[in-house]
Design a protein around this ligand. Sequence first.
Ligand SMILES: [Zn+2]
Length: 336
Amino acid sequence: MPPPDTLLHPYSSAIPLQPDSVFSSRFLDSVLQAIHPLSDPGTQGIRRSMLDQPRFIMAEWQMFGVVAIIIFLLFFMALIWPKLMARYTNKKIRHIVQEDLGHYHSQYDDWLCRFNPYYASLSPELKERFLHRTITFLHTKEFRFHSLSYEPYIPLLISGAAVQITFGLKNYLLDFFPVIHVIRKEYVLHMDKETYYGHVSPSGIYIAWNHFLDGYADYADAINVGLHEMAHAVSFDVFLGQCDHHDHAFRSRLEEFSEEGRPVFRAMRSGMSHLLDDYGATNFDEFWAVCVETFFEAPDTFKSQMPDLYLSIAELLNQDPLHAGHILDPELAGLA
Ligand SMILES: [Zn+2]
């Protein structure tokens, strides 16, 4: 207990006040009142009980409603809105593709027959599928031209190279790459001062147009920059694409290809001469791209010299250039 001549203020530490200093006591109370309005000793008990209760800016049921609305909006924006937008975009693209094919079908067919031997070898039914996919792919991409004027056959033929590789797969849009850059001829990158005929990076697919044309002009030399870059794009898309997921088994088939290809790749690295272009020894990504070029342009030799590796690529892409119908499993290709 404090001594009788000592006043203890409830919000202060022990402050000794003299009994005759009434002014000092009232002054202290007024100061504390200003600092905290609930410090009035007279109403302290009532106000303390008010303080003990939680204070909300709205009623509990209103807060519950607001939280429920916020949760619904988050759910809607994360899951439902993207699907609605994708459905709307797909419908719009389908309409554009139908119109485009309605107007220019014979022109597109003619260009692809002249420049793409793979397309030319397809049955009429598969040509329709190829053309439809090519025009759809074309309309989902932005083509940027560098030192080169736009010509309608350029995006068509480049889209055809992508569709060729993914022809046995359900999904073929390579959604990870919305932009394709077409450069008039080979170019030098600042990062390594090397000359490129094409490359793939998160900013897009880059293709030197003159080398693209050369690749298809000689369709037996196993050198095709269009197929090469699209092979890189497919492997990028499988692991990084968000919307256009490939079938789940594609990744495991890609790993099977890796197992089959590693010994060949190591042999190339050790300097053994090989059917595959030496550039494939640069790293395993380049090995994959070079294998794809050889698979399409020299399938006979590839199959006879490395049947297991050839078969693993055929199974991976679900197509065989030596097979009359090209596609191996119609269901996997989305045909069944
Ligand atoms: Zn490459």
